[in-house]
Design a binder for this molecule. Structure first.
Ligand code: NAP
Length: 285
């Protein structure tokens, strides 16, 4: 049994990125991320703090724009258009979720795909579907899962991969990225009949739902790689994933802890996307 250590692997990614940022600085290029935060959602504040720390570790510049909950869709779009045109910024991140009075798809659509470091625009999502060659600005969480699988040399080609959850930012793009790598992919969701019949077949089981205890040990194949993407807050304030970690630990070949698994990988891949965007904007291979 092996723990897939997202803290260790993300640390290595961040160190390499810091070297790359130093090299860019030598030619007077300073990767810079613009972060738009609306309201004071505690989870968003915590995610933003982790991203800001990663920027500090890698030398990526950070500027945050805070807005009250009652901001309109139009005002946000105005700000994004100004950031699109501002050459000092290479990445634009709108921290989700946005309040109900804001129409999120319209806001995301306003981001210049070249600066869309979250990989949420239709352009970058569409490109990602083509093949591994077009995943430059793929969404950070699926990218983080793929990096973990690569680091631990877990074979994806020819594997049975089951993804539970089909959101546009995690489940769907992750299914596509696994398919790009020649896994046989099954995507499950709330309407899937007999979830266990699918999860039991998985060599690679990725779970991104947001329901603690959804996946129990009897739903997992012996020796499987279990990637728990869920983040749930327990009553005592601590975090847990969507899988029954203690029982699955005894049976799986690999498992990600929560926290310390996919979370830090997501942040590292965001940093990677900022550096990639910076290089592409500046025509650096
Ligand atoms: P989401 O948009 O709420 O999507 C959840 C998905 O799970 C939906 O496709 C939903 O299907 C499906 N689902 C709900 N109940 C189910 C059930 N009983 N059986 C099978 N599928 C079910 O959430 P998300 O943004 O993808 O995030 C999912 C989880 O990952 C959350 O806990 C989130 O906090 C976490 N997350 C973690 C990271 C990280 O870096 N580790 C990053 C992003 C998100 P329907 O849409 O049909 O209801």
């Amino acid at each position: 049994m092996k723990i897939l250590d997202g803290i260790k692997v993300s640390g290595e990614i961040l160190r390499k990125l810091a070297d790359e940022v130093s090299r860019l600085n030598l030619v007077h290029i300073h990767p810079k991320l613009a972060v738009i935060l609306v309201g004071k959602n505690p989870a968003s504040l915590s995610y933003i703090k982790q991203k800001q720390k990663a920027c500090a570790r890698t030398g990526i510049e950070w500027e945050q724009f805070d807005y009250e909950e009652d901001i309109t869709t139009e005002k946000l779009i105005e700000k994004i258009e100004a950031l699109n045109a501002d050459e000092t910024f290479h990445g634009i991140l709108v921290q989700l979720p946005l309040p109900k009075n804001v129409y999120t798809p319209k806001v995301i659509k306003a981001i210049d795909p070249k600066k869309d470091v979250d990989g949420f625009t239709a352009y970058n999502l569409g490109k990602m579907f083509l093949s591994t060659e077009f995943e430059h600005l793929a969404p950070c969480t699926p990218k983080g899962v793929i990096r973990l699988l690569e680091y631990y040399q877990i074979p994806v080609k020819g594997s049975e991969a089951v993804v539970v959850g089909h959101s546009n930012i995690v489940g769907k793009p992750l299914s596509a990225m696994l398919l790009n790598r020649d896994a046989t992919v099954t995507t499950c969701h709330i309407h899937t009949k007999d979830l266990a019949s699918h999860t039991k077949r998985a060599d690679i089981l990725c779970v991104a739902v947001g329901k603690p205890g959804l996946i129990t040990a009897d739903m997992v194949k012996d020796g499987a790689a279990v990637i728990d993407i869920g983040i749930n807050k327990k009553k005592d304030g601590s975090l847990c994933g969507d899988t029954d970690f203690d029982e699955i630990f005894k049976k799986a070949g690999y498992i990600t802890p929560v926290p310390g698994g996919v979370g830090p990988m997501t942040v590292a891949c965001l940093m990677e996307n900022v550096v990639t965007a910076t290089k592409r904007i500046n025509n650096i291979p």
